[in-house]
Ligand binder design. Structure first.
Ligand SMILES: [Zn+2]
Length: 257
């Protein structure tokens, strides 16, 4: 009997040790960029040992030519992301949107890095200032953010954003193939503008709604035969930009005015 007690104690101790090891493994926070564009840096950070905590992340931007860190700022990652919630990442409130004014920096190539605790984000980004594009330094799939060339300024405050979840985004342009001869004429009568016009399923997003995608605020003012449900078609000036955008998934926010 005594031997059995020792054995039970030993098994118990080993169980505690294993649990401790697992916990310490799981306790490493992870962070990831969602997008870097001309107006904002978006991403999320999460620690499974504190699944409902909003972590603080630090965003660092380095001029690739000079090696100089030109920007360093801490931001709380507490925005709700439906996709994180769906992946059982606690309460899903782990996203951040940091407004960026790239016009304050000289044109050139910038490395955008994120840190959460001692951990670096797994997908550092490269932003080409002046050409309005960003891509992940590690991303070989070529998912480039070819968002509109301009953006409305109304998203600066970052307040009044209602998450609508993840949408499929595609692009279209005035060409015959994309717009079947309608050119820039939208179904609401507005003339389509890049960085402004999106086509939506009006049952999901009513016409006139302001919608933020990757930090750019668009207006829902068109529709498309193939645009149904959680799908948004983003207007571009050229078919080359349309092709570059391809098909992406993005967190979409309704901007309340
Ligand atoms: Zn086209």
């Amino acid at each position: 009997m005594k031997f059995r007690h020792v054995l039970t104690g030993l098994v118990f101790t080993m169980g505690i040790l294993a649990a401790t090891a697992l916990t310490s493994l799981a306790a490493i926070p992870t962070g990831r960029f969602e997008s870097v564009n001309s107006t904002a840096v978006c991403g999320w950070a999460y620690n499974s040992s504190a699944p409902n905590d909003a972590l603080t992340v630090r965003i660092s931007i380095t001029n690739k030519e000079t090696g100089e860190e030109v920007f360093s700022q801490q931001v709380s990652a507490g925005e709700y992301r439906q996709s994180l919630y769906n992946k059982n990442k606690g309460n899903g409130c782990h996203g951040f949107t940091l407004s960026m004014d790239w016009t304050a920096y000289p044109a050139g190539s910038y490395l955008v890095e994120g840190f959460v605790g001692d951990e670096e984000f797994i997908n550092p980004m490269t932003y080409s200032n002046g050409s309005d594009s960003a891509q992940s330094a590690q991303d070989s799939q070529g998912t480039q953010n070819a968002d509109g060339t301009q953006s409305d300024k109304s998203q600066e405050s970052g307040t009044g954003l209602v998450p609508l979840g993840v949408f499929k985004t595609t692009g279209y342009c005035p060409c015959k193939g994309c717009s079947e001869g309608w050119g820039r004429h939208t179904c609401t009568g507005a003339i389509a503008k890049a960085g402004h016009t999106i086509a939506v399923d009006p049952r999901i997003i009513p016409y006139g709604s302001k919608v933020m995608i990757n930090g750019v605020v668009y207006t829902a003012e068109d529709r498309g035969g193939a645009v149904r449900g959680n799908h948004i078609d983003i207007f571009f000036d050229t078919h080359a930009e349309t092709r570059m955008h391809g098909t992406q998934n993005a967190e979409v926010y309704l901007v309340m005015s």
